[in-house]
Design a protein around this ligand. Structure first.
Ligand code: V0V
Length: 149
């Protein structure tokens, strides 16, 4: 006989797909040139997000239907990306999943005991709504949840 799910894990996390992989860089223009010249990747979206303290670019890979590569450069020294660069240097900073309902997914993850960084979602790329799981609760990976606009 199947066991009844308990209240903590009966909420579905519902990750839909990998949305993007985020890479911290110190200079966005230099990084864009490197990815174009080396890997032939082109920028499909660029914006500044004051709230997150980043200038960012989304790059398409291959036929452009799959997950994006996100280049993240700091706007100011107290931003998350500046701190990451100071501590670790340039490199993989986050893994982002697309979700249909960021509040529902964060509630489900909180019910599993994970720390979610924001009480309410914030503005992400292209008007998306985003939240993050603390890397210490996700195997050393900063996990971003993205509900597209
Ligand atoms: C810190 N740690 C990480 C990490 N950042 N581990 C893996 N990946 C990362 N990215 C580790 C760090 O080495 C420490 O380990 C520990 O976590 C606690 O460090 P902390 O001193 O609290 O670190 P902080 O102050 O740098 O804060 C880390 C968090 C911060 C994750 C809380 O980066 C944050 O708020 N991130 C969310 C916002 C963000 O990343 N925005 C930029 C992307 P030890 O030394 O204790 O072992 S903006 C974006 O993605 C947008 C706009 C979008 O996609 O739409």
């Amino acid at each position: 006989m199947p066991t009844e799910p308990d209240n903590l894990t009966s909420l579905n996390v519902d990750l839909l797909r990998i949305d993007h992989v985020g890479i911290a860089v110190s200079d966005l223009d230099e990084a864009l040139k490197f990815y174009a010249d080396t890997f032939g990747m082109h920028c499909v979206h660029e914006e500044t997000n004051e709230d997150q303290g980043v200038r960012e670019a989304m790059l398409a890979v291959g036929d452009g239907t799959g997950p994006r590569l996100q280049l993240l450069a700091p706007l100011r020294p107290d931003s998350a990306i500046a701190k990451f660069l100071d501590r670790s240097g340039p490199g993989l900073q986050q893994l982002a999943y697309t979700v249909a309902d960021v509040e529902a997914t964060t509630a489900a993850l909180k019910a599993r005991g994970l720390r979610v960084l924001y009480d309410t979602p914030r503005r992400g790329t292209a008007g998306s709504r985003i939240n993050f799981v603390h890397p210490k609760d996700a195997g050393g990976v900063l996990v971003e949840l993205v509900e597209p606009a």
